[in-house]
Design a protein around this ligand. Structure first.
Ligand code: GDP
Ligand code: ZN
Length: 350
């Protein structure tokens, strides 16, 4: 019986159904995509499967009924071929019977178990917005997602690029200084992707997303790193899709990085804004979510130190000694102010 169960990850949602990639199962190759529906009891329990969820599939068997699905979803059948479904005629062979415990989950984009966030910061054009990047690092820290900083467009201003890189190296992040346009530094970034993919073989998969302001160079970077994906999705359609869909649509794409697959989370609307607006960090957790503050918490003179202007503040002391970048502390103060301006009742809804 156990043989008929399959474990995999949800790679996308398709009109109320889910495409599942059986990555933990030797019986299937990497291209297989199984179409499944959620077990009825999930709805009663108010659980929705998310892209990125590790799930167990059971055969739908006799229970299989014709499902109402919208026309033209382009949903794949169980062999992975796209089919243009007529209303009500998609046969679903699998049921998601179990969702494994999540490492993390985000509301918008709706995504589970993300391992890495690659924060793409343009050196110039557009001007880098470090406050937004810092909000992102805070959210990622809180969710247990590892942030990797990618300073792009280094060709436009190498000195400027190094200054930004230094800010985040000092904070304890892995930083890559690149030019996706010219290829500068891209071997190191590609090497890092191979490294993390190989390291996570045991877990079964590793996923990441590239986020950053519009024009930062995300598409250029992804095209450079995952050329095979570009063939599959097409840069033109990617761009036009951005306008059409909202951030509710997210998909995990399988990419080959040497010894294993790296799952790239992508959505037409992946922007920094979605993360920063929809994932609220409680005020008391804020200082600890700044990585370079974390080991100093509890060492200030006053127990209720806000680390903004107090005497005997360990964080301000480290700042004055150059151990914390000015822009990072300024972001901390700004985020704290923003949080305080949000009424308590509203925070709960965020
Ligand atoms: P996205 O909105 O973040 O996906 O950004 P794109 O990848 O579409 O890039 C925005 C613009 O920046 C395009 O015109 C790219 O050609 C350009 N661009 C991307 N990377 C670089 C780079 O490393 N150097 C320079 N000079 N331009 C770049
Ligand atoms: Zn303090």
């Amino acid at each position: 019986m156990a043989d008929s169960l399959i474990r995999g990850i949800i790679s996308r949602g398709v009109g109320g159904l889910y495409a599942v990639r059986p990555v933990f199962d030797d019986r299937y190759d990497g291209e297989t995509e199984l179409l499944a529906r959620a077990r009825g009891s999930f709805r009663i329990q108010n659980i929705s499967p998310l892209v990125g969820d590790v799930v167990t599939l059971s055969p739908a068997g006799e229970m299989n009924e014709a499902l109402e699905v919208p026309e033209d979803t382009g949903a794949p059948d169980s062999t992975g071929r796209k089919r243009r479904g007529k209303k009500g005629d998609i046969r679903v062979d699998w049921v998601i019977s179990e969702i494994s415990g999540r490492k993390n989950s985000m509301i918008r984009p709706p995504l589970a178990n993300l391992d890495y966030l690659f924060a793409v910061i343009p050196t110039a054009s557009p001007e880098p917005d470090l406050l937004t990047v810092d909000k992102l690092t805070v959210i990622a820290e809180d969710c247990g997602i590892e942030t990797v900083i990618v300073v792009n467009k280094a060709d436009l201003d190498m000195d400027g690029a190094r200054k930004i890189a230094d800010v985040y190296s000092l904070a304890g992040y892995r930083v890559f200084l690149v030019s996706a346009g010219s290829g500068y530094g891209m071997d190191e970034l590609a090497g890092f992707l191979r490294e993390i993919t190989e390291k996570q073989q045991e877990k079964g998969y590793v996923s990441g997303a590239f986020v950053g302001a519009s024009g930062a160079g995300k598409s250029t970077l992804m095209t450079y790193l995952f050329p095979e994906l570009e063939l599959a999705t097409g840069s033109v359609s990617r761009k036009t899709e951005r306008g059409r869909h909202t951030t509710r649509h997210v998909e995990l794409y399988r990419t080959e990085t040497g010894n294993g697959s790296f799952w790239l989370a992508d959505t037409p609307g992946f922007s920094l804004l979605d993360f920063t607006r929809f994932n609220f960090i409680p005020t008391d957790e804020l200082p600890g979510s700044f990585r370079e503050f974390a080991d100093l918490i509890g060492q200030c003179r006053y127990r209720k130190c806000t680390h903004t202007k107090e005497e005997g503040c360990a964080i301000l002391e480290k700042l004055s000694q150059g151990g914390i970048a000015g822009s990072r502390h300024a972001s901390y103060v700004k985020i704290l102010e923003e949080q305080r301006s949000v009424p308590e009742w509203k925070r709960k809804q965020m």
